[in-house]
Design a binder for this molecule. Structure first.
Ligand code: PAF
Length: 252
């Protein structure tokens, strides 16, 4: 299964291809989940083009597309929330209160209806993957969570459905995000291990972008690394030209 919110792009196609290499049949769900949007204007402007999405699914030989309505997913009286603690709290959890409850609730429902053997998610949403892995393990769901590498445009920007809302000047400014991650990678390769030093390198590259967070933390707990020799993840969220973008890189 490849759960999506539609506005499919090459990144989603790579998830679909990956799912096809794993399983006999691939289900794509398309559902813009209102529960995970705190900001109603973000929900209202989230790109959507179901005809194009269906064309892409046809062209990539997806076996089944499930595109339920909001009423179908959340009929009147729907009162359940799935809430993951711990890894969901910092970063996206802090800046988008309620977001991960929305993600955990919809993913649990999508999983319980489709009952896939494997679900494929993109590595760009690093914290989302951590939340979904936690929930799958805690609830004992017999589903393998597979994580596909982030697909980047020729200029390094991570593919995201939100990128279509970037005007050309904003898009150019947004390139500071992948540049900052490359700088962290280069620094790591040349032996820099301290979170604070890596964060300073990232911040320098991000310059005057409107940064929500740019942090270097432990990839499994998303909290402070206890040892400089441990692996690290750089997590960045910034708003550019009114568009909120996230990206990350794992070091070590
Ligand atoms: O990553 C997404 O597109 C969404 O958060 C997901 C996992 C489909 C849940 O709505």
């Amino acid at each position: 299964m490849v759960p999506t919110m539609g506005a499919l792009h090459v990144g989603h196609v790579s998830l679909i291809r990956r799912a096809q290499s794993i399983g006999a049949s691939v289900v794509v769900s398309i559902f813009v989940n209102p529960l995970q949007f705190g900001d109603s204007s973000d929900l209202a402007t989230y790109p959507s083009d179901i005809d194009r999405d269906l064309d892409i699914c046809r062209e990539t030989s997806v076996d089944l597309v499930w595109a339920p309505s909001v009423e179908h997913m959340y009929p009147s009286g729907f009162a359940t929330r799935v809430s993951v603690t711990g890894v969901s709290v910092p970063f996206e959890g802090h800046h988008r209160p309620g977001h991960f409850d929305g993600v955990a609730t919809v993913v649990t429902k999508l999983f319980s209806v489709v009952r896939p053997d494997t679900a494929v998610f993109g590595a760009k949403d690093f914290q989302q993957v951590a939340v979904i892995k936690r929930l799958t393990s805690d609830l004992g769901l017999p589903i393998t969570i597979d994580v596909a590498p982030t697909v980047r445009d020729h200029d390094g920007l991570a593919l995201s459905s939100r990128n279509v809302r970037l005007e050309p000047p904003a898009r150019t400014r947004a390139l500071a995000i992948p540049r900052s991650l490359r700088a962290a990678e280069d620094a790591w390769k040349s032996g820099v291990r301290s979170s604070r030093e890596l964060e300073a390198i990232v911040a320098t590259e991000l310059g005057d972008l409107d940064i929500e967070y740019a942090a270097v933390v432990d990839p499994s707990t998303l909290s402070e690394r206890t040892n400089d020799d441990d692996s690290a993840v750089v997590l960045v969220a910034a708003t550019v030209g009114g568009v909120r973008l996230i990206d990350n890189v794992v070091l070590g």
